[in-house]
Design a protein around this ligand. Sequence first.
Ligand SMILES: *Cc1c(COP(=O)(O)O)cnc(C)c1O
Length: 228
Amino acid sequence: MSIEKNLLVVQEKIRLAAERAGRDVSEITLIGVTKTHPVEPMRELIDLGIIELGENKAQEVRDKYPELDREAHWHFIGHLQKNKVKYVIDKVDMIHSVESNSLAKEISKRAITLEKVMPILVEVNVSGEESKHGLKPEEVNDFLTEIENLEGIKVCGLMTMAPNYDDIEKTRPIFKGLKTLFDELNEMGRKLDVLSMGMSNDYTIAIEEGATHVRVGNAILGKRDYMK
Ligand SMILES: *Cc1c(COP(=O)(O)O)cnc(C)c1O
């Protein structure tokens, strides 16, 4: 397994998916999901030009951040507990998984203390699967209204995770659903420009359906070993 070879394959598939959708490939940001991996492959990825990194555990961000001697943009993509915001607020460049008023408030409060504005995405559970985090699509507009006056955060867009289907075509309606919501909210005057959807299994479909950010781990870094 070579990270460089895997990355070239993923980048080519991204290019082809964009082409099929008539989109400019420069509209799509590849986030390398480095969760569970040590900093060495993270360095390799950065040296190959991938400086957007995805992590899903506050503790892991806290441990790896000081070790990584490279410029990078850290994306927090996992479920974030309120009491862990303090560990990531000064390290990450975007939080993809905001799904409650209390979490938005905590991020706001901590960001104000640091005199920064944290870009956030609202996580939406498009599939309706019980095990998935996120708001129902029909709840998102009211939620945006509830948090729109909070200082220290900037809502940049929406995020979703599709279920892990064997037939990846089944993810298409989910990505289409998030894109439709995104367009409707923008037509209502919201200013959203980030649509974070698509993982190793389904990023090509997500790009065909409008993803601006894809979060790809295994397809680049190889299978995760959760025992480590
Ligand atoms: C782990 C994870 C990914 C990447 O998954 P892969 O299948 O390794 O590409 C993307 N998004 C979120 C929210 C994740 O937790």
